[in-house]
Design a protein around this ligand. Structure first.
Ligand code: UN1
Length: 499
């Protein structure tokens, strides 16, 4: 029998006010039901926001090093439960077990990093232009954060939004993707066990239109952090403008790996397979374009084809599986539609169909797919497919390469394989992206550097690292005048233009 899960509102686990539920099933086997979850609505969001508001004074006034101690405990608990969380994730989301372990590890890394921030949260102290006057800028928490997370990193992404929010002193209401709510509920149970006080983190499951909209519209929510589709991000921005919320958006990508003629081809090949087909291509950072110097194009496509032909599809819990399912049948249909478009736009090298052999028939699988000789302006080379599909684009010159790399609306991750140090630096300067790699694929960003992209990939904010603190705190400039007399800034400054 499927387990029944509930929302977390303050210290209480509760069904949706309406009593409605939805089901989460395994993408590897639709018969495997993970659980029933509240199909919540605005009333549940109201209750969760009220709980987060009530918890805010206590949490924001707790000394940050103490909040950090709680996050250290959470980090240790996540590490102790890593295997359990990873197995649940593979079952619910589909990614192969080693990747699910990596997802949990990313959450552990962010927890340790942000816990340490409890003893820093550096501000600025600067000289004043007046004598006997002290000047500094300090970080203040903002209030209740609405956190809306995707299914592709069911624990890492909630962690990298939540931990910086918490260390800065905010409280939160989390809405997990409806394909992976069990992962988030289990993650939040461990936060509570680690000592995160009641109301500091609340969870409301349900749809984007019911729960997401209610959070974005709520006047008592001051921040929204969202990862997902670009169109949804635009809609969130528009709605959030009504209540002047601060919004951080992490959206789509169309990330290229460029393989120059002097590249280490074996290394490039390993990296392409990993970046294009790891997580079944369902990463914002996935390599969905392989830009290859024409002199090596045919040879590269041949070795890539041979390698991809050997990839084993299956349940991510099986050790023999290289590529797991995609998230659900709607995703299979969307990817299949792109594969059909691709047949007119390029040369299908391998794959191109849903995979339904044997036990795959009970899940949502799509064959790893490669198109070659794709024009840079083809739809499959421009639009985010979010599946195991990549397009090989031949180029003749460096100028053309830069044009192709930058000729998409997104700008998340870019990569170049070369042995030429000058080209390597040029790629870092000239490729429009928030993440730039040299001799490494497009995936695998680390938790202590800013994460995010340019152009339609986001709205200028960055996640994790120090950058996350910028989003989750607000500056307050403080002046303490100990001169005992009226000092007029900009007017009584006698040290300029003395004559
Ligand atoms: C995402 O796909 O939304 O760099 C996040 C990476 C991971 C994070 C990806 N560390 O691929």
């Amino acid at each position: 029998m499927a387990s029944t899960y509930q929302n977390l509102i303050g210290d209480r686990w509760a069904a949706a006010a309406s009593g409605a539920t939805f089901t989460s099933v395994s993408p590897a086997n639709h018969e495997d039901v993970i659980g029933e979850f509240p199909a919540s609505g605005p009333a549940d969001v109201d209750a969760a926001v009220a709980a987060a508001r009530a918890a805010y004074p206590g949490w924001s006034l707790m000394p940050a090093p103490k909040r950090g101690e709680i996050l250290f405990k959470v980090a240790r608990l996540l590490a102790e439960h890593k295997e359990e969380l990873a197995r649940l994730m593979t079952r619910e989301m589909g990614k192969v077990l080693p990747e699910a372990r990596g997802d949990v590890q990313e959450a552990i890394d962010v927890a340790y990093y942000m816990a340490g921030e409890g003893r820093r949260l550096f501000g600025q102290t600067v000289p004043s232009e007046m004598p006997d006057k002290f000047a500094m800028a300090i970080r203040r928490p903002i209030g209740v954060a609405g956190i809306i997370t995707p299914w592709n990193f069911p624990i890492a992404i909630p962690a990298w939004k939540l931990f910086p929010a918490l260390i800065c002193g905010n409280t939160a209401v989390l809405k997990p993707a409806s394909d992976t709510p069990a992962c988030v509920v289990r993650f939040v149970e461990l936060l509570r066990e680690g000592g995160v006080p009641a109301g500091v983190v609340n969870v409301v499951t349900g749809s984007g239109t019911e729960v997401g909209h209610a959070l974005v519209d709520h006047p008592d929510v001051r921040l929204i952090s969202f990862t997902g589709h670009t169109e949804t991000g635009v809609e969130i921005s528009r709605r959030a403008a009504e209540t002047l919320k601060r919004v951080s958006l992490e959206l789509g990508g169309k990330n290229p790996i460029v393989i120059w003629e002097d590249a280490d081809l074996d290394l490039a090949l390993d990296s392409v397979v990993w970046s294009a087909f790891g997580t079944s291509g369902q990463r914002c950072t996935a390599a969905s374009r392989i830009v290859v110097h024409r002199s090596i194009h045919d040879r590269f496509v041949q070795v890539l084809r041979d390698r991809v032909a050997k990839l084993v599809l299956g349940d991510g819990l099986e050790e023999t599986t290289d590529v797991g399912p995609v998230i659900n049948d709607r995703a299979v249909e969307r990817i299949a539609a792109y594969a059909a478009i691709g047949r007119d736009e390029g040369e299908l090298v391998i794959g191109g169909e849903p995979a339904r052999d044997g036990s795959l028939a009970s899940g949502s699988f799509f064959q790893p797919t490669i198109f070659a000789e794709v024009r840079p302006d083809a739809r499959i080379a421009q639009e985010e497919i979010f599946g195991p599909v990549t397009s090989v684009i031949p180029v003749d010159s460096w100028e053309e390469t830069v044009e192709v790399v930058n000729g998409v609306k997104y700008g998340l991750s870019t990569s170049l394989f070369t042995r030429d140090i000058n080209l390597a630096f040029r790629s870092i300067r000239d490729f429009d992206s928030g993440l730039g790699y040299v001799n490494h694929g497009t995936i695998g960003a680390e938790a202590h550097l800013p994460f995010g992209g340019v152009k339609a990939t986001g709205n200028g904010h960055r996640e994790v690292g120090q950058a996350a603190l910028e989003f989750f705190s607000e500056w307050k400039s403080v002046y303490i005048d100990y001169s005992g007399r009226l000092q007029r800034a900009q007017i009584d400054t006698t040290f300029v233009d003395q004559e």
